[in-house]
Design a protein around this ligand. Structure first.
Ligand SMILES: Cc1cc2nc3c(=O)[nH]c(=O)nc-3n(C[C@H](O)[C@H](O)[C@H](O)COP(=O)(O)OP(=O)(O)OC[C@H]3O[C@@H](n4cnc5c(N)ncnc54)[C@H](O)[C@@H]3O)c2cc1C
Length: 371
């Protein structure tokens, strides 16, 4: 494995950095759909991009604004689902539109009674002739309010009470693609949240939505397999979001601490501050290397991917949480100003420890690989 990035990958990162400097640095209100379309126009997302490039794009844009990572992760994940599991007609219908940003997607599995344990979902699809009738209630659907389509996971087992079934019988889950903008799908207003506010999160109610068999992705009962196959990618996107955030807080902390004077000298002259900065740079490099190793494994060592993607998600997001808290400490009162860079990073990093599988779940995955 090559440890450092090849020149073409470094050049790609530089191109994304230039895009961020030119197009995003003065933006305060983001239109995420337009942002994706701009990325497409500039050739930064396209059909030919490999996974590594999508990760590098996420890292660079998240240094600029870490909350963008959830939007990117969701769109990339849905593209992966359609590409790898959908029928030719669904690919024809959606793939180009998703890549160009004409169509924005959301991924919806979580429900009020099904978080870490997704097998508990209660949203149902019932077969009537050649159509499926969907009913249910989803929460935390990222991109919900800006989406055109939803990749939704539902129970297709004809059972009444999922919670009464033994664990091994709960996995009759199937994936469908459904429209977001129709009267049978109600997307509630954005859920106010601690961080990552830039990407909307929504509750979704589905009431008697009738879809044809063609809307089914994969086979009946393949839902968990599809969700799990994209979760390794999701974890790496989440880790990339954390690495971007870490590089941003390191830069801001160095800048601030060297210009802020107290007791007649720069606060960066005090050992307490030096140690924060030293630890930050050590963990940033470790986080980035672990992330790149996991991304490398996707193509070169798939048998290690589950472990490495989990480790990267866990390590990078915990490091982001710890060091963004230290960054606020370095800034003192200035770090508490609500919309300051480090205050946003502090809130965003907490959220990163929870989605794409909480860090406790990542530890379970890691232990299972070894024991
Ligand atoms: C900002 C944000 C965006 C999200 N986006 C999406 C999305 O786009 N689509 C989607 O479908 N979902 C999404 N989610 C949902 C997310 O995947 C879940 O929140 C997450 O999986 C945790 O589920 P939960 O919140 O119900 O917590 P719970 O599963 O209720 O967990 C609560 C606590 O118990 C711990 N815990 C649970 N089980 C175990 C165990 N077996 N061992 C040890 N500890 C355990 C957890 O680690 C956690 O600390 C999003 C969530 C957030 C916050």
């Amino acid at each position: 494995m090559q440890v450092l990035l090849e020149k073409e990958k470094e050049d790609f990162k530089q191109k994304v950095q230039t895009f961020a400097d030119n197009k995003l640095s003065k933006t305060t209100k983001f239109n995420l759909k337009l942002l994706w379309q701009e990325l497409y126009k500039e050739g930064l997302v396209n059909k030919e991009n490999n996974f590594f490039q999508n990760i590098l794009l996420t890292e660079v844009l998240c240094k600029f604004k870490s909350g963008l990572g959830l939007f990117l992760l969701t769109q990339f994940t849905c593209i992966e689902i359609i590409k790898n599991f959908a029928s030719d007609s669904l690919k024809e219908k959606y793939l180009n539109k998703l890549i160009s940003g004409e169509c924005i997607s959301c991924f919806s599995i979580t429900e009020p009674n099904a978080g870490s344990d997704v097998s508990m979902i209660e949203t149902r699809a019932q077969k009537k002739g050649n159509t499926w009738i969907l009913n249910g209630h989803k929460i935390w659907a990222s991109n919900g309010s800006i989406s055109d389509i939803i990749t939704v996971f539902v129970q297709t087992n004809p059972v009444k009470a999922i919670h009464e079934l033994p664990q091994h019988k709960k996995s009759g889950i199937t994936c469908f693609v459904i429209p977001s903008k129709c009267k049978e799908v109600e997307i509630l207003k954005d859920t106010p949240k601690l961080g990552v506010e830039i990407t909307p999160s929504n509750e979704v109610f589905i009431k008697d939505l009738s879809v044809s068999e063609d809307s089914q992705i994969g086979n009946i009962g393949d839902g968990i397999k599809i969700a799990l196959s994209t979760i390794t990618s999701g974890r790496m996107f989440c880790a990339a979001q954390a690495v971007g955030l870490l590089s941003g807080i390191l830069e801001e902390s160095v800048k601030y601490s060297t210009k802020r004077n107290q007791f007649g000298k720069s606060i960066s002259d005090y050992q307490a501050i030096k140690w924060y900065i030293a630890d930050m740079t050590k963990d940033l490099d470790s986080a980035r290397l672990l992330l790149y190793k996991a991304v490398w494994a996707k193509e070169n060592s798939p048998e290690e991917l589950n472990k490495l993607s989990s480790m990267a998600k866990y390590f990078c997001t915990s490091a982001a949480q710890k060091h963004s808290s230290n960054a606020v400490q370095i800034f003192g009162g200035a770090g508490l100003v609500k919309d300051s860079y480090v205050a946003c990073a502090y809130r965003d990093s907490k959220v990163l420890e929870i989605y794409e599988g909480t860090n406790e779940i990542q530890k379970l995955v890691l232990a299972k690989e070894l024991l």
